[in-house]
Design a protein around this ligand. Structure first.
Ligand code: HEC
Ligand code: HEC
Length: 308
């Protein structure tokens, strides 16, 4: 009994024991849910499902239509377009390093990836299947589909950017201008008060005024989930990894370029009753704005996905 226990411990203590051949994107610090441990089988199945158009009502779309690997898993559209051309209200976010996330969707309504991934399948504005239809087409239970898709999404990883090399001690990995941009990002620009940590997001919700149009909120954002008045118009801070490849920007795709975003932030967002205190007019000069954009472009790295 004792020795069995010991063997058990030996095999579960090191992460290598759980993952003899680690999937490309997963690292040992990624939090994994106890009820959905990662496995090669699930990742391989999840990857297949992600690219499978049978997951849409009319067979024209897959997850990958809106989350295109060539665009760091975003789609280049202002707002997403689902089956039958139905337009959603929000921009398809890049899905890199989302295994580190703690809330999903722009308003954070899904607490786990397992809960997140079924929503687009059942949404009439996205893939538009019913649960029985999903189960019939895949021959799998919906929970199995969710476990597999979530496992695959966890392997989608961006890293190895010039910024990462700089952090690892290669000072010359960033140009002079990009280093200035980094200093401004951390200092005068105050970007790090929200875009913080290895993925440049605090995983929190902030009102920067994007949704404020003609004296009202075009999208309530976080408020729809919490019902707190102050959350009206607040959205999740997006990751900035690969951001040069994921235009257009913001939850509604309303800003076309990185220059537009930096201009917007430099002006302190758009005034409205719930504007976050951390987004304020910082009056960057034209040269400083260019430096920040250059720095953001240095966050492009390589995106890996799937099991090796
Ligand atoms: C029609 C386009 C479309 C399709 C198809 C689609 N998505 Fe999305 N996806 C979006 C949009 C738009 C959002 C943001 C929606 C929101 O915030 O309300 C999103 C959000 C997400 C997020 C959350 C990312 C984050 O950082 O919060 C993940 C993960 C995701 N999708 C995975 C998937 C998977 C898996 C599939 C296939 C089952 C899929 N998507 C199908 C458009 C799409
Ligand atoms: C108060 C928190 C906060 C501060 C400060 C802040 N941001 Fe953001 N940023 C956000 C949020 C929240 C969004 C999404 C807003 C939305 O869609 O409504 C965002 C969106 C962005 C985007 C678009 C990313 C995408 O995928 O759509 C970029 C780029 C960006 N910010 C860069 C910056 C830069 C550069 C600065 C500093 C000059 C900055 N931000 C300051 C919270 C912040």
């Amino acid at each position: 009994m004792k020795s069995l226990l010991l063997v058990g411990l030996l095999f579960t203590s090191g992460a290598e024991a759980r993952m003899p051949e680690p999937p490309r994107g997963l690292d040992l610090h990624m939090p994994l849910p106890e009820d959905n441990p990662v496995s090669r089988e699930k990742v391989v199945l999840g990857r297949k499902l992600f690219f499978d158009k049978r997951l849409s009502r009319d067979g024209t779309l897959a997850c990958a239509t809106c989350h295109d690997p060539r665009r760091a898993f975003s789609d280049g559209r202002v707002v997403a377009r689902g089956t039958g051309g139905a337009e959603g209200a929000r921009n398809s976010p890049a899905i890199v390093n989302r295994g580190y996330g703690s809330a999903f969707f722009w308003d954070g309504r899904a607490p786990t990836l397992e809960r997140q991934v079924l929503e687009p399948i059942f949404s009439q504005k996205e893939l538009g299947l019913t649960r029985p239809e999903l189960e019939r087409r895949t021959g799998l239970g919906a929970a199995h589909v969710a476990a597999a898709l979530a496992s695959y999404v966890r392997t989608i990883h961006s890293g190895g950017s010039r910024f990462d090399r700089y952090l690892a001690g290669r000072r010359d990995a960033l140009t002079e201008t990009e280093r200035q941009g980094l200093a401004l990002f951390r200092g005068k620009g105050n970007c790090v008060s929200c875009h913080v940590g290895p993925n440049f997001t605090d995983e929190q919700f902030h009102n920067t005024g994007v949704a404020w149009r003609d004296g009202r909120y075009a999208d309530d954002g976080r408020h729809a989930i919490t019902q707190r008045a102050g959350d009206r118009g607040a959205f999740k801070t997006p990751t900035l990894r690969e951001v040069a490849r994921t235009a257009p920007y913001m939850h509604d795709g309303s800003l076309a370029t990185l220059e537009d975003v930096v201009e917007f932030c430099s002006n302190g967002g758009r005034a409205n009753p719930n504007l976050d205190a951390e987004i304020r007019r910082v009056n960057l000069t034209a040269e400083e704005k260019r430096a920040i954009v250059a720095f953001l472009q240095a966050l492009t790295g390589s995106v890996r996905e799937g099991w090796r």
